[in-house]
Design a protein around this ligand. Sequence first.
Ligand code: SAH
Ligand code: SF4
Length: 399
Amino acid sequence: MTSAVSAAEEHASVRLAGATRSELARALAELGVAEGERSMRVSQLWHWIYHRGAREFSAMRNIAKPLLAKLAERHELARPEVVTEQVSADGTRKWLLRMPPAHAHDKGAEIECVYIPESDRGTLCVSSQVGCTLNCTFCHTGTMPLVRNLTTAEIVGQVLIARDRLGDFPGGTPPPDGLVPSGEGMRAVSNIVFMGMGEPLYNFGAVRDAIAILTDGEGLSLSKRRITVSTSGVVPEMERLGAECGTMLAVSLHATNNALRDKLVPLNRKYPIERVLQACRGYPGASNARRITFEYVMLKGVNDTPAEAKALVRLLKGVPAKINLIPFNPWPGSPYECSDWETIERFSEIVFNAGYASPVRTPRGRDILAACGQLKSETEKLRARARIMLEESLVVGQD
Ligand code: SAH
Ligand code: SF4
């Protein structure tokens, strides 16, 4: 997607929080830093931006003052704007973020980002696009027109904001009003899931570059095993994801036969179940220790019979898999209902008895979502999406 690349490039000339190493090098070159000095300066900037979480150039003590002054004149370390922050009684946090215009004709965009703390991990659910071009019939995001791809900086920006707010950078203090996992060497944001708005594999370049920044050992240093990218099954890019990013993979399956999946996930007409599973079998690094997550949304009377649970087990034979059963989140006008709890339990039991982990969890953070309808209409859809993100994040990124 060239638009994302050009938007990222345009942004990099101003905002450096979220920049790649090559964008930093380019910014330094434009400021007249000699070639021989540039890689050392890039490393210094990298350390301050991503390891220390610096928000002011003046904090960068080991960089000469005249260069800092030039940097401050042309660039900034600002993150996307936090429009609202909501904190649930259970510590779940939701931020509504405003992205500045990425180019002259862009009005900017709002997205949500959700943080779910647990005793042994903290999972951040990030968005990769504003809206989505794939119209899965049970998904609210699918009913929104795609506004645009997020840039690399906007994806990384979601993580920087979460770490700022959770006191996760060195010297930071955890918020007094929230639960943050604690323990020796424990980080507030330990896991990332690309399960917010959008299809990450339709914004491959920006997602790949964001993952490279997030996993860089001299910066944010997140483990690839703790990053999960969820796809509706963009087969050609699944292999690329494995080869170029090496993260964990989650696949939104939702049906065990093509006739039904064609309806639920229209992309299935292009990449049917067999091809998706073939791509899973070939996914680099997939093993019993590094299982692929299969997401399965429970739709009443649509895909939730015991026979379908058995079909699911048969389908995944030979694939190192875990299955996440997601209670359907209804939205205004949605054509489905969530399966009954007993139906979900029966389904889960069949899957579990076949040897697959099949967690179904009660959603958290419901209290902060209760106020959804009170906000302006264009963010309402995003709020409905955030509810999905919350529930989603509860059952993935478990490694
Ligand atoms: N586009 C990617 C990632 C974002 S969607 C994908 O489809 O995988 C993240 C997950 O939320 C997907 O498994 C998606 O199927 C699921 N989801 C979407 N709408 C939902 C809803 N209304 N209720 C429950 N899960 C939903
Ligand atoms: Fe897009 Fe995923 Fe929603 Fe499908 S489920 S419309 S791919 S965000």
